[in-house]
Design a protein. Structure first.
Length: 395
């Protein structure tokens, strides 16, 4: 801001006491006005109220100055009076520019409001797409909710939004007040649209990295806790990864490949290297502990259940050969629903088998299931589910 400074009120040697008072009063009135030079060029929307207040103060000062100076007799209009008149003329010129620019600012504000409202309507079809990328800030929880179908659709929608951002709404002035009032921010929305591929790439790569990190963490946890777990690996992913690392690693890559394809890339082969290293470390621990475990010696037997388990092992584990088997409990248990009606009989056993490619045997618990068919009867055919695995010697 630049202040118009008079210094002391001018006095004329031939001025009457009344003229001296006018000179003093007008000078002090003008001294109280602090102009903003920038407003002579333009009035920003954010400073419109300040400019309005300034215009009010100037009008008041000019009315008073013109009225008072008009009462100075021509004979007493000396250099001091004429200097004040020059200041009044300069302030009047500034005042006219201020008023004009303030009016333009108000008009421009109305036009900007209209453009914001129009953008809000035009961008409605793409609102969900914008929100998908807006809400995903990079947190672990949000990475895994991204999939190829979502990415493809969002990129398509944001491409259309980017088109109207760079044509119809190109150069649209950012205005926080309107963005808040109308609950739409063209600057943010258009930025997301223009950066759509960058954001999608971050999400895809982040999703893959998060998945790999989680798997490595679980593998390391299984390794450090293997001895305490009596050698058993209970998590399905870990069992599959240890049983057939090549197949399991390929499955991880295949899981993320569609996401990478959606952004025009291929899932990098080295993506799963950290998992492979964690599996190798886990196998070191498996090899250390496997010789220390033996198959239980005191088990019950059920010929039908054990025969069924052997067939299931061969089918599920690609032709694995059963070495030993037995039942952990002597009787079948009954499962019932909330109405106390039987749903099945089940009995848990243990099987020791040798897979084609493994140097160790695996001990796995299994459960045989017989579905209830009514009248106190259960179907003869059994189904089998398998629990965690333990690698050990084949004895």
């Amino acid at each position: 801001m630049i202040a118009i400074v008079l210094g002391g009120a001018p006095t004329g040697a031939e001025a009457s006491p009344n003229t001296d008072r006018i000179i003093s009063n007008v000078g002090m009135s003008l001294d109280n006005i602090t102009i903003v030079e920038a407003y002579a060029t333009a009035v920003p929307e954010k400073e419109r109220q300040t400019a309005t207040n300034l215009l009010r103060d100037i009008d008041y000062a000019l009315r008073r100055a013109n009225g008072d100076l008009g009462r100075v007799p021509p004979a007493e209009q000396d250099a001091d009076v004429k200097a004040l008149m020059k200041r009044v003329a300069d302030l009047t010129a500034y005042r006219d520019k201020l008023a004009k620019n303030l009016e333009a600012s108000v008009k421009g504000g109305a036009e900007l409001d209209g453009k914001y409202r129009a953008f809000r309507e035009d961008s409605k079809p793409y609102r969900k797409a914008v929100q998908v990328f807006t809400l995903r800030t990079g947190s672990v929880q949000q990475f895994d909710s991204i999939n190829a179908a979502v990415i493809t659709e969002v990129l398509s929608q944001l491409t259309k939004l980017d088109e109207i951002c760079t044509t119809k709404y190109k150069g649209l002035e950012a205005n926080d007040k309107l963005a808040f009032q109308l609950a739409v921010d063209p600057a943010v929305d258009c930025s997301i649209a223009s950066r759509r591929l960058e954001i999608a790439t971050t999400l895809v790569e982040g999703s893959a990295a998060n998945d790999v990190a989680t798997r490595v963490k679980n593998l390391d946890k299984a390794r450090t806790g293997l001895e305490a777990a009596n050698g058993f690996l209970s998590e399905l992913f870990i069992s599959e990864m240890v049983f057939d690392p090549e197949k399991a690693l390929a499955a991880v890559l295949a899981k993320h490949q569609p996401n990478f394809k959606a952004i025009g890339k291929t899932a990098p082969a080295d993506l799963v290297v950290p998992i492979s290293k964690a599996v190798t470390a886990l196998w070191v621990e498996v090899d250390r502990l496997a010789p220390t475990y033996e198959f239980p010696s005191k088990l019950q037997h059920d010929a039908a259940a054990e025969a069924g388990a052997k067939k299931a092992v061969a089918k599920v584990f690609d032709g694995a050969k059963v070495v030993k088997s037995g039942m952990q409990f002597g009787q079948w248990s009954v499962a019932k629903n909330n109405l106390d009606i039987p749903t099945e009989q089940y009995r848990t056993g243990t099987v020791l088998f040798k897979a084609k490619t493994s140097k160790w045997c695996q001990q796995r618990d299994f459960t045989a299931h017989k579905t209830y068919i009514g009248g106190g009867k259960y179907q003869k055919e059994m189904t089998f589910t398998f629990g965690g695995q333990r690698y050990q010697k084949c004895k």
